[in-house]
Design a protein around this ligand. Structure first.
Ligand SMILES: Cc1cc2nc3c(=O)[nH]c(=O)nc-3n(C[C@H](O)[C@H](O)[C@H](O)COP(=O)(O)OP(=O)(O)OC[C@H]3O[C@@H](n4cnc5c(N)ncnc54)[C@H](O)[C@@H]3O)c2cc1C
Length: 405
């Protein structure tokens, strides 16, 4: 038996529209841009313009990558709120039922946009409205250990001078802005790490190369070099003060908002795989009976039931983490739990669907093999499975990052 909680009524139009877009606009071009790696999916321009229109009219409920801002002003008086974080995870899951790589390529919906929405002050938020921003943290020598980044930002007059190399930047080529993490002083450790918004075309910043990848091939992944790249000092997001107690927490706050979004991508992709698998199995005479215990059904039906339960657990954790953000509750633990669960079961489910459907699952005639490739990254970026488990363990045990590594 499964428990299915209804989606909030006010988001039904939004999620319905997102599902239609996924089915009628993303799915039909999904295979094309999987094969044409690095080709720009030009169809997304029209889609992004439609999304902008919905945002202006208020019909999108502020959903999307930038919908993660924790806004004091629109808090329902005294009550709980189903807000833009919830709208974002629900609409992103629907879009990723269509295609994760294309969702990640959507103009003006980059992870850098979420970083700006999370950390920018009101003036910066206005100044960077409408930009398309990628997010550059990872370096050749630094991945999970993001506190060790070596890219530097040195104040010189009214500008910061940035030097360093960033790798694996999603939308790094196509986005018009990059949010780059750099340290103000390497001797001061994680507290000195800040994020900076750099506009494309700024002298000293260049895209060096693009990566060929296992999955999400519709999404461009770039190496970006910063050589004496000068940005106005007003482009530092948040406070320039180095506060040993809270400095890194400022930049890290982005993850509390973006991890539920990545969980949503995993939930959407796994839902797609499971929906198609159920259809293909039914065509082969395997029907899941929800009124009988799993152990009295065929092995395939029992497996579907188990995957559905896992997926529902991931979906509920995703909703909880986003809902907590909407209600301005600290959600680092829940954001990591959602990302860990959804990232892991997303990969497991999509791969198991390939297995259950046999040759049909493995062939390029269906999208099952593609979804198995696409979902793997969702258990890696924005913090790997192991890193989420580490964060969860620290929070549950009350240990610091120095005490539990
Ligand atoms: C397609 C793609 C898109 C990406 N997009 C972006 C982007 O937009 N911006 C960006 O900044 N980065 C991006 N990344 C980089 C991604 O965030 C990193 O790959 C990720 O953080 C892991 O870092 P790493 O690859 O250096 O692996 P490592 O940190 O070297 O980890 C290797 C393995 O060791 C494990 N491990 C590491 N530390 C521990 C520990 N303490 N305990 C237990 N296990 C541990 C990891 O979980 C992993 O399994 C992207 C990567 C890919 C592949």
């Amino acid at each position: 038996m499964s428990i299915w909680l209804d989606d909030p009524r006010k988001f039904r139009t939004l999620t319905g529209q997102a599902h239609q877009v996924a089915m009628n606009m993303l799915r039909p071009i999904s295979r094309t841009y999987d094969r044409a790696e690095h080709a720009y999916p030009k169809e997304l321009d029209m889609l992004a313009a439609m999304i902008d229109g919905l945002a202006e009219s208020g019909a999108s409920e502020g959903a999307g990558a930038a919908g993660v801002r924790r806004d004091d002003t629109d808090q329902d008086a005294g009550g709980v709120k189903n807000g833009t974080n919830l709208a974002s995870v629900m609409s992103i899951a629907e879009m990723c039922w269509g295609d994760v790589g294309l969702l990640l390529s959507m103009p003006r919906q980059g992870l850098g946009n979420s970083a700006i929405a999370s950390v920018a002050d009101d003036e910066q938020l206005r100044r960077f409205e409408g930009v398309w921003a990628g997010m550059a943290i990872t370096e050749p020598g630094t991945g999970s250990d993001s506190a060790n980044i070596t890219t530097t930002a040195v104040l010189d007059g009214d500008e910061y001078v940035i030097n360093g190399e960033k790798i694996y930047v999603t939308s790094g080529d196509r986005a018009d802005h990059i949010v780059v993490w750099a340290t103000l002083d390497r001797d001061l450790g994680r507290a000195a790490i800040k994020s900076f918004v750099v506009a494309k075309g700024t002298p000293g910043m260049r895209v060096d190369r693009l990566e060929h990848k296992l999955g999400i091939r519709a999404s461009d992944t770039a190496t970006i070099i910063f050589e004496d790249c000068r940005v106005p000092k007003e482009n530092l997001l948040g406070s320039p003060e180095i506060d040993p107690k809270g400095g890194f927490a400022g930049a890290m706050a982005t993850f509390d908002n973006t991890r539920p979004l990545v969980a949503a991508m995993a939930v959407g992709c796994a839902t797609a795989a499971l929906d198609l698998t159920r259809e293909l199995l039914a065509g082969a005479g395997v029907v899941v009976d929800y009124d009988r215990p799993a152990h009295l059904q065929s092995a395939a039906a029992a497996k579907v039931l188990q995957m559905e339960a896992d997926l529902e657990a991931a979906r509920l954790l995703m909703l909880q983490a986003a809902w907590m953000a909407d209600n301005r509750k600290p959600n680092s633990l829940e954001a990591s739990m959602a990302k860990a669960k959804a990232g892991r079961v997303g990969s497991d489910i999509t791969l198991c669907c390939v297995e259950l459907c046999g040759t049909v699952g493995y062939s390029e005639n269906e999208l099952l093999e593609k979804w198995a490739r696409d979902s793997k990254i969702l258990d890696i970026f924005e913090g790997t499975q192991q890193i989420q488990q580490l964060i969860i363990a620290r929070r549950v045990l009350g240990l610091s990052s120095a005490e539990l590594k």
